[in-house]
Design a binder for this molecule. Structure first.
Ligand code: P6P
Length: 313
């Protein structure tokens, strides 16, 4: 008898039977994302050999320099999602405005950060893809609590697909020999607290007193800094080993840098589902109705004990 590990497809088909909101249409959307990230991952694994490196020369809506691979990843995901017939609209960190399906068909809205941490691509450091799925509503802007699924793909030493559909968090690792994501991390629970923190300390002169006091206290207890410049990689480390990720608002960027739709809501949903905590300017980011697709906010998330201590300062 061959020992067949559970594939992402097996998992989703089982979810369809056991509990909504997973149904055939959502499964189709998630498998379209899976197909796209396998292609993105394959190019990343050959990034020095295939012609994808370098910059496009222009900037996105957030004034980030757009890497050529940002563009390729965005185009692949957007066209694949809209071709599924299940997606009404795609909003992307790389697009100024959402793109709608031709016949306005489809039941889902998908928000994506196609290539998170893309400045790492030229130096072979970790990268990610982040996605967030809502039921089609009257407005493209919905609270993070209305997400029906969210996840990320971490392109690291292995390629991992981490997913929540509102009933816990599961991780799938790509087996390159068969080209399938196999269940490798069932029901991920974030440690109650940890000794690692992720923040860009290069901005410490601009940090607010709350951030400064928290870091001083945390470091006095022997904390370790781990920061890669890729939110997916840094948050995944915190999810597995415990600790806290911070991209707070500071005196120079009072609205922070990270995007509510494309980074904060999916990551906060995942962290909450794994038993952790997320806070943006003192409140749960999932309760915020975005004012635009490009809204940025402060974000602190991770192990419950660590985030509660941050909030106490
Ligand atoms: P900084 C990548 O550009 C990103 O959006 C996140 O993945 C990451 O956490 C953050 O920005 C890095 O920003 O200012 O430290 O380079």
């Amino acid at each position: 008898m061959l020992n067949k590990s559970q594939t992402l497809t097996d998992f989703l088909l089982h979810e369809e039977i056991t509990s909504p909101p997973v149904n055939g249409s959502l499964t189709m959307v998630l498998l379209q994302i899976e197909n796209s990230v396998k292609i993105i991952g394959s190019h990343i694994k050959q990034s020095g050999l295939v012609d994808i490196l370098g910059k496009t020369g222009y900037k996105n809506a957030f004034n980030d320099e757009v890497q050529r691979f940002d563009d390729l990843s965005n185009t692949l995901l957007v066209t694949t999602l809209l071709s599924s017939g299940e997606v009404y609209a795609v909003a992307s960190e790389e697009l100024k405005e959402p793109i709608y399906s031709k016949n306005k068909g489809g039941d889902f809205i998908v928000c994506i950060d196609p290539l998170d941490g893309s400045s790492n691509v030229d130096c072979n450091a970790s990268l990610g893809t982040i996605f967030s799925i809502y039921k089609k509503g009257d407005n493209i802007l919905q609270k993070g609590n209305d997400q029906i699924a969210a996840g990320y793909v971490l392109y690291g030493p292995s390629i991992m697909f981490v997913l929540t559909t509102g009933k816990g968090v599961n991780g799938f690792t790509l087996d390159p020999s068969i080209g399938s994501f196999l269940l490798s991390h069932s029901n991920i629970i974030i440690p109650e607290k940890g000794s690692q923190y992720a923040i860009n300390e290069g901005y410490s002169s601009n940090f607010t007193n709350q951030t400064k006091k928290f870091l001083k206290s945390f470091k006095s207890n022997g904390a370790k800094l781990r920061y890669s410049g890729c939110m997916v990689s840094d948050v995944h480390r915190i999810l597995i080993q415990g600790g806290i990720f911070l991209y707070p608002a500071d005196n120079k960027n009072p609205n922070g840098k990270l995007r509510l739709l494309y980074e904060i809501n999916p990551m906060a949903f995942i962290i909450n589902q794994a038993g952790g905590l997320a806070v943006s300017d003192g409140i749960d980011p999932l309760t915020i109705l975005p004012n635009s697709v490009n809204q940025t906010m402060s974000i602190v998330l991770g192990s419950k004990d660590n985030v509660k201590i941050y909030k106490s300062f």
